[in-house]
Design a binder for this molecule. Structure first.
Ligand SMILES: [Zn+2]
Length: 402
């Protein structure tokens, strides 16, 4: 192991308690999607104190920190919005305590994924202190609205802020493994019309609920036919919601709609997924059923609305990618063991970065994926220093210093 890697790991460990303190500071400021303004201020102050070269907000309100101004561009990304705590009776203590106890930081957002943000800022400090960067402009983004529309923030950064890195490290929780892909997803609806009439004489009408029910049962069969990929696993589809319209409880309904949660494995696209659902509707006897992809169009806390279709493409970075190889080298150097290279179950901002824009992504983050959106969420404190050490070591490696 190179002496530089050892020096990085030692410094990350020295900063560990302060990194946990910063994570607690973020957890104590609730930051639900679209309501991230205050936590962004906390993060900006921390980046400034760590010696970042530039710290600003973009139009959607994401924090954009920068170190270096070299010709090559990379980025580290953490989304800094969280989901709601859910049923408070399931929490053993305040979801926003941010307390450090039993070697863990506790509270909503600790694993998903303000822990990644805390480790990124510690890494930035180490990169500056040890002079690890030479060739790169390195962005450290604390991005908004991921929980509601993954990838939207980066669609904005790439297309509107013109930040186009050669690769991005996603810092969502990986239990300190290196991840290189996940399934994509899309949100669709299927709608059929009917003819309403008095419920006492249903033969006069055309019942839209019966029609959508037959389509729903075809969706159940469609799920069984979907592709399996050896790395990402099986594509899936399920009916997640059902809606109807009609004049009264004593009437035949005149329209019915189902929502679909579709997970896309390797080789499945928006076009293929829509065609399969149209085919399922035709098999049910309703080739004219209307299939739509939903749109996300909520306002950011800055007031800006930046609409996006709810199609989140599948992505995989090949195992033989030089970025994966550099990541493995840096990991072994800074953490002193071989990493597991694997994939996420959930979806991340890489859907737009890698899935849409074809910018290679790799993932490593503190905390565990099974803590995401769960009560009593926590993040191990030693993960924070390990991830910070890895990020700094990866930068050293890309600069040819280790
Ligand atoms: Zn997340």
């Amino acid at each position: 192991m190179s002496a530089l890697y050892q020096q990085i790991a030692k410094r990350a460990k020295e900063l560990e308690a302060d990194t946990a303190r910063f994570l607690g500071d973020m957890v104590r400021v609730p930051s639900f999607s679209g309501k991230e303004k205050e936590v962004c201020q906390v993060i900006m102050r921390e980046m400034e104190a760590a010696g970042f070269d530039e710290v600003r907000l973009d139009g959607l309100g994401s924090v954009v920190g920068r170190i270096g101004s070299g010709p090559r561009v990379i980025a580290f990304d953490a989304h800094i919005d969280t989901v709601y705590p859910g049923d408070l009776s399931l929490w053993k203590s305040d979801p926003f305590s941010g307390r450090v106890e039993d070697g863990k930081v506790w509270g909503r957002g600790s694993s998903d994924q303000e822990g990644g943000m805390a480790s990124m800022v510690a890494a930035g400090r180490i990169i500056k202190e040890l002079g690890l960067n030479k060739d790169f402009t390195i962005y450290f983004t604390g991005t908004v609205m991921e929980e509601d529309c993954d990838g939207l923030c980066w669609k904005y950064l790439i297309n509107e802020e013109k930040i186009r890195p050669e690769m991005v490290v996603i810092t969502e929780p990986t239990s300190l493994n290196i991840y290189r892909g996940h399934r994509g997803r899309m949100e669709m609806q299927v709608k059929v019309g009917g003819l309403s009439c008095h419920g006492s004489a249903p033969e006069r009408g055309d019942n839209a609920i019966y029609k959508i029910s037959r389509i729903a049962l075809e969706i159940e069969k469609l799920h069984e036919r979907l592709l399996t990929d050896p790395f990402l696993g099986k594509g899936s589809v399920c009916v997640s919601q059902v809606f109807f319209t009609g004049p009264s409880q004593c009437a035949v309904p005149d329209s019915a709609t189902i929502s679909l949660d579709r997970r896309l494995t390797w080789g499945e696209t928006k076009e293929s997924a829509v065609a399969e659902v149209k085919d399922a509707a035709a098999r049910a006897g309703y080739p004219d059923a209307e299939v739509t992809i939903l749109e996300y169009a909520e306002a950011a806390y800055t007031g800006l609305t930046y609409p996006m279709e709810k199609y989140y493409p599948t992505w995989v970075t090949p195992e033989n990618s030089p970025y994966i190889q550099d990541a493995v080298h840096a990991y072994e150097g800074a953490l002193g063991r071989k990493p597991l290279v694997d994939k996420w179950t959930f979806s991340t901002n890489a859907v737009s970065i890698a899935g849409m824009e074809k910018i290679p992504c790799i993932g490593l983050g503190p905390g565990h994926e099974n803590q995401a959106h769960a009560p009593n969420e926590h993040c191990p404190v030693d993960h924070l220093s390990a991830a910070a050490g890895f990020y700094a070591a990866f930068v050293a490696r890309l600069n040819g210093k280790a």
